[in-house]
Design a protein around this ligand. Structure first.
Ligand SMILES: [Zn+2]
Length: 445
């Protein structure tokens, strides 16, 4: 083995191989074989890829004595976290007071997105945004740009510099938005096509066809989205659905011929395994069935749903209908870039629905589960041999209260739960992208 490019990371390691709570006869049942946990583990990285993971004692015995070992005592290594719904141009919209979805878009979001016509502005925010994600241990995200083609160019350029695996798309919207944010069906097609040709599968970058939501696209534009997906079957499709009751009423008014909200997208063949629908709080049974049939997924955005007063998603209902779902921040409607904070809020929303979201399931969702909904589990989301080596080092002593609580935890589940509920960017000691350290925390507080 060429030890020049091999590094071993020694810490506690948690890695999922499948869903720890698969549904058996309609019930979620714990499967302990779904994950590996090594109290004293070793993660071997070679040329930016995962070579091996196991007990440190066993792994180190197989390696040359001079192999480089990076020790992270009292830390937990997990795969890089994945965020399946976020808007990079909404960085500055975060924490904007007092509105629900439609007014929040008109009063805060649309004016902010107008600034992305200026590519230099877009580049500044893209760099800030990516650094913020990495600080929180998120290494992959499915990201909205703005209507401006250059907003997505700026984003991919910034992502390419960091070698992060990111999925992004130019927003398509040609009505019910200010003139300065509207394109046309033809322009949205041409810009999207050009971005796909330039960026899709360039290094680690991937493209998503991005009609903002049914309200802001005409029939002609949704046809263009359909055409793009037909011409490029391996790109993604991202949009919003059933987030807010006023939004849903407006969609019903605009598309009187559709059976329901999902049917609007279905009429243009926008459903499928690479299609991610953000929110989906108020879906009906037919829509659940149709999402299941087509392998489409719903992205659960708890901090956003609470912040904008949109509603409480019932993940048990999704599970009962076998609808794939992932978890996401939805910044700037969402209030934190941290997936740990997002999982904490997901736990609380699930409590409000009378159910439980276990710590194992939560961390599965943030890693392998989210990778699966993006059809990327052959590349990221776990420490399978050959996977791209994106990983995060979490600190069990990141704050005084975290340290105190961890000292009282007796089981792995308790320790993970405390990490989720009390953790945020301060819990991220380091973040690695394709084997390279891209974030190191400055100091503990
Ligand atoms: Zn959103």
């Amino acid at each position: 083995m060429n030890t020049q490019s091999t590094t071993v990371y020694r810490a506690s390691i948690l890695n999922f191989q499948s869903d720890p709570y698969p549904i058996v006869d309609g019930e979620a049942v714990l499967d302990n074989s779904a994950y590996q946990f090594y109290q004293d583990g070793a993660l071997v990285i070679e040329d930016g890829k995962v070579q091996h993971v196991g007990e440190a004692h066993d792994v180190l015995a197989t390696l040359p004595s001079d192999v480089e070992i990076v020790e992270y005592k009292d830390h937990l290594i997990i795969p890089g976290m994945i965020d399946t719904h976020i808007h990079y141009p909404q960085v500055e919209v975060i924490a904007s007071y007092g509105e629900q979805l439609m007014d929040w878009l008109n009063n805060y979001t649309f004016p902010a997105e107008g600034q992305f016509e200026d590519k230099a502005y877009a580049s500044n925010i893209a760099n800030f945004f990516l650094d913020e994600l990495l600080k929180c241990g998120t290494t992959t995200a499915l990201v909205f740009g703005t209507v401006h083609k250059q907003s997505v160019e700026a984003f991919f350029e910034a992502s390419e510099q960091r070698n992060t695996r990111m999925i992004c798309g130019k927003v398509m919207m040609d009505r019910n938005a200010p003139d300065f944010l509207c394109d046309t069906p033809d322009a949205s097609y041409d810009d999207s096509k050009s971005l796909i040709d330039t960026w899709h599968n360039k290094g680690r970058q991937l493209y998503a066809v991005t009609p903002r939501f049914a309200i802001t696209s005409t029939h002609e534009q949704l046809q263009k989205a359909e055409q793009l997906l037909q011409e490029y079957p391996d790109v993604y499709m991202q949009t919003h659905i059933s987030e807010n009751k006023d939004e849903m009423a407006f969609v019903a008014e605009l598309f009187p011929q559709a059976k329901d909200y999902l049917d609007v997208y279905d009429q243009y063949n926008l459903l499928g395994k690479r299609s991610v629908f953000a929110h989906g709080i108020h879906l009906n049974k037919r829509e659940h069935q149709r999402l299941h049939e087509t392998g489409s997924s719903v992205s659960f955005c708890p901090t956003s749903n609470l912040f904008l007063g949109s509603g409480l998603l019932d993940i048990q209902e999704l599970e009962q209908h076998q609808v794939a779902y992932s978890i996401a921040t939805d910044v700037g409607g969402g209030t934190s870039f941290s997936m740990l904070q997002t999982l904490s809020e997901a736990y609380k929303v699930t409590q409000m629905k009378g159910n439980k979201l276990s710590p194992l399931k939560s961390l599965y969702l943030a890693t392998l589960g989210n990778a699966k909904t993006l059809q990327l589990d052959d590349k990221i989301g776990s420490f399978k041999t050959g996977n791209e080596a994106d990983f995060v080092v979490l600190d069990f002593n990141s704050t005084a209260i975290m340290s105190l609580k961890q000292s009282k935890c007796k089981t792995l589940a308790e320790k993970l739960f405390a990490m989720i509920i009390l953790g945020d960017d301060r819990a991220v000691e380091a973040t690695y992208v394709a084997g390279t350290c891209v974030h190191k925390r400055d100091g503990k507080q």
